[in-house]
Design a protein around this ligand. Structure first.
Ligand code: NAP
Length: 267
C-alpha cells in the first residue's frame, strides 16, 4: 500500500504538533513537508521539539512547496486567512485539503466547494475532529426534533481567535435543519447589558466562554415544560482530535467532492 504523502501547515501550533506526531507515527502516512511562516528553507529537525524527525523540509510559500514536494494531502491547522489561501492553492495543485482551522466564512466554504466541483477533488473541512463532539452534534440534532428551545454554551481556552466556535455554529446549523425558526425567550426581553443573551442563530442563543485552563467544551441545553436535557462534550487535550484527523486523511483520498463536517464521513 502506497503511503499517503502529507504536508502539515502550522506544525509548531498546539494542533499542528499533535498532527506531526500522528503523521510520523502512522505506518501508511508520510510527512512530506511542513508549511510555517518561520524557518523557511530549514529542516523540521532544526526546530526545537522536532529533532527526531528527519528529512522534512520547511516552506513558507505553499506554491513553492507543492511544486517541489510530491504530496497527496494538506492538513491545515493555522488561522482562517492563511488556511483559506493554503486550501485554495493546494486544490489548484491537486493536493487534497483536510482543514481543521476554524473561522472560515460561508463565502470561503462556497468558494472551496466550487473549486472541488470543478477539479473533482476531495476536500474535508471539519470544525471539530473529536469524534465525541460529532456525536454530540448528531444527538443534539435528534433532540431538537422534540425540544425546540435550545441554548448552546461553548467553552474554550482564552487564546482562541474566533467566537462563536466553529463547532457551536455547526451545531446550530444542524439543529436549524430540523427545527422551525423560533425566537426564544420572552418576546419583550431586553438586554440590560449588551450581549447578555449571547449570539442569535435562527432564534437560538450561543454563548462563548473563554478561560485559561479550558481546551474545547460544549453543552447544548434543551428545555420544554417540566424538563431539560443537556448534551455535553469535553476535549481535555488536543490528542482527542487526532483520530478524526486520521479518518479524514484516509477518507479524503477516496473522495472527489467537498465535505464540511466530520459527521458527513462517519458511518
Ligand atoms: P495555535 O497553537 O495558535 O497554532 C497555529 C499555528 O499556525 C501557530 O504555530 C502559528 O505560528 C501558525 N501559523 C500562523 N500563520 C502561519 C502561516 N502563514 N503558515 C504556517 N503556519 C502559520 O492554534 P491551535 O490551537 O493549534 O489551533 C489551530 C487552528 O485549529 C485554529 O483555527 C483552531 O481554532 C483550530 N482547531 C480546530 C480543531 C478541530 O478539531 N477542527 C480543534 C482545535 C483547534 P506562530 O505561533 O509563529 O504564529
Amino acid at each position: 500500500m502506497n503511503k499517503i504523502k502529507i504536508i502539515i501547515a502550522g506544525p509548531r501550533g498546539r494542533m499542528g504538533t499533535e498532527a506531526v506526531k500522528l503523521v510520523t507515527t502512522t505506518n501508511h502516512f508520510e510527512l512530506a513537508a511542513v508549511l510555517d511562516h518561520k524557518y523557511d528553507g530549514m529542516m523540521l529537525s532544526d526546530v526545537a521539539g522536532f529533532q527526531s524527525i528527519s528529512n522534512v523540509p520547511i516552506y513558507t510559500d505553499i506554491e513553492k512547496c507543492v511544486q517541489e514536494v510530491e504530496a497527496d494531502v494538506l492538513i491545515d491547522l493555522t488561522t482562517p486567512e492563511v488556511g483559506m489561501y493554503h486550501a485554495k492553492t493546494a486544490l489548484e495543485h491537486n493536493v487534497r485539503p483536510v482543514v481543521g482551522t476554524t473561522g472560515f466564512t460561508k463565502e470561503n466554504l462556497a468558494e472551496l466547494e466550487a473549486i472541488c466541483r470543478e477539479k473533482e477533488l476531495g476536500c474535508i473541512i471539519a470544525p471539530n475532529f473529536a469524534i465525541g463532539a460529532v456525536l454530540m452534534m448528531k444527538f443534539s440534532q435528534l433532540a431538537a426534533k422534540y425540544f425546540h428551545d435550545v441554548e448552546i454554551i461553548e467553552m474554550h481556552h482564552d487564546q482562541k481567535l474566533d467566537a462563536p466556535s466553529g463547532t457551536a455554529v455547526k451545531t446550530a446549523e444542524m439543529i436549524s435543519a430540523v427545527r422551525e425558526t423560533k425566537k426564544q425567550g420572552h418576546p419583550n426581553e431586553k438586554e440590560t447589558l449588551t450581549g447578555a443573551r449571547g449570539a442569535d442563530y435562527d432564534g437560538m442563543h450561543i454563548h462563548s466562554v473563554r478561560l485559561p485552563g479550558l481546551i474545547a467544551h460544549q453543552q447544548v441545553l434543551f428545555g420544554s415544560d417540566g424538563q431539560t436535557l443537556t448534551i455535553r462534550h469535553d476535549s481535555y487535550n488536543r490528542a482527542s482530535f487526532m483520530s478524526g484527523v486520521k479518518v479524514a486523511v484516509e477518507t479524503v483520498m477516496k473522495q472527489n467532492n467537498f465535505v464540511y463536517g466530520l459527521e458527513n464521513i462517519l458511518d
